[in-house]
Ligand binder design. Structure first.
Ligand SMILES: *Cc1c(COP(=O)(O)O)cnc(C)c1O
Length: 399
């Protein structure tokens, strides 16, 4: 029964491979941090990691590990239930309150991931009478969430406020409108122009949803995200985010915002109703993360200093860097093959990065994405920049 389908799949896989799009996992044999060991023939190779979302360096933080262990000892391994049946402990409620305080919002609902938070956001709230106006570069999970909802869809070019205004005018035909945007766009590192989005939302009677996955912990002087950057704390109807990036690097997502919105999500959001509760230890480590971020600004300052230092050095060396306001630094190479050769040569130099090309980024916009972390030492950043310069000269990117 399988034979024909098997041939079909083999053909598909061959096509992916010959297009150069086949994804291979790279095996790490150490904790996730700025200096990691990757499995190589013979013995593990030591590389400096510039491609994790571990912005604040919390993925191997001893306080988080201790909080998780302690909670596992006190509360066990898992909940074996969805939240509303018998899967809610006080720790989950405490984390929801802490996230609300962090963002200055009214209430929060936890999910197993931000992918689930976005996937379960729109469908319970909006109907075919309503409109979602979405940035063209929004994350796949927002796109999927919008697809699951019957609302009329409008799309505007990335960060293009004239286009957003046109779409908002068209969307006056619907009953309710919500603008959906990433806080930071992951391929360029640019921040959404939330001040102008908010103004247009006021002018055209729309709500705003921001996904802070790449911006929470990173953007704003104290890392409170794009609402801090634009002084809009408490003004945005819906914020989603992840515990899997700056906030500890494990798993878990959340939606935070207006009380009634969160309340209705608890009644109707399918990933919340039909998927397991976060393990208590994850909730406890999440609480510890927010405690660390609010008791001192040390990690945020270190991330901001590291990012400024790295990008300054790269620009001084002559690299073409996309304008960024986050810890993402897109080193533009434009050519797809060059981006892959460059990344491979960097790995030989002990620098771990990923090259991206079409269709992940637009055609002829191939690049290497560097993600800076608070965990990087000055020495690691210098070694990264020096390796970039060496490889660029080898490959004729710099003279
Ligand atoms: C990473 C990311 C997600 C998914 O988060 P998970 O918690 O890993 O599912 C959602 N939205 C954006 C913008 C992201 O960058």
């Amino acid at each position: 029964m399988y034979t024909n389908f098997q041939h079909h799949l083999q053909e598909e896989l061959k096509q992916i491979e010959s297009a150069g799009l086949y994804k291979r996992e790279r095996i790490i044999v150490s904790p996730q941090t700025s200096g990691i060991q990757v499995a190589a023939e013979g013995k593990p190779a030591e590389v400096i990691n510039f491609c994790a979302n571990n912005y604040l360096g919390l993925a191997d933080n001893p306080e988080l590990i201790a909080a998780a262990k302690d909670c596992m000892d006190r509360r066990g391994y898992g909940m074996a239930s969805v939240r509303f049946i018998c899967g809610t402990q006080d720790t989950h409620k405490q984390l929801e309150r802490a996230i609300s305080e962090f963002f200055g919002t009214e209430d929060t609902i936890l999910y197993a991931s931000c992918f689930d938070a976005n996937g379960g956001l729109f469908e319970p709230l909006l109907t075919a009478d309503d409109a979602i106006i979405s940035d063209a570069l929004n994350h796949a999970s927002i796109i999927d969430g919008v697809r699951l909802c019957k609302a009329v869809r409008y799309r505007y070019a990335n960060g293009d406020m004239a286009d957003l205004e046109r779409q908002l005018q068209a969307a006056q035909a619907q009953r309710f409108r919500i603008i959906a945007t990433d806080g930071v766009f992951s391929m360029d590192g640019n921040v959404c122009p939330l001040d102008r989005i908010y103004e247009l939302a006021q002018k055209y009677d729309a709500m705003v949803m921001v996904d802070e996955s790449h911006s929470a912990g990173v953007v704003g002087r104290t890392g409170h995200g794009v609402t801090e950057r634009y002084n809009l704390r408490g003004k945005i109807e819906v914020i989603t985010g992840t515990l899997g990036k700056a906030f500890g690097g494990s798993v878990g997502g959340f939606t935070t915002g207006r009380k009634e919105i969160i309340d209705l999500l608890r009644q109707r959001s399918r990933p919340y109703l039909f998927s397991n509760s976060l393990p208590p230890m994850i909730a406890a480590a999440g609480l510890k993360t927010l405690e660390i971020l609010t008791r001192s600004n040390e990690l945020q300052d270190r991330l901001h200093n590291n990012t400024e230092y790295f990008i300054g050095k790269m620009k001084a060396a002559g690299f073409d860097i996309k304008p960024t306001e986050s810890a993402i630094c897109a080193v533009m190479l434009y050519d797809a093959k060059l981006s892959q050769d460059f990344a491979a040569a960097l790995q030989q130099e002990g620098i771990y990065v990923t090259g991206f090309y079409y269709p992940v980024v637009p055609k002829d916009q191939a690049r290497i994405r560097v993600q800076v972390s608070a965990a990087h030492t000055r020495d690691q950043l210098d070694r990264g920049v020096n390796a970039f310069i060496k490889v660029a000269k080898q490959l004729g990117v710099l003279k």
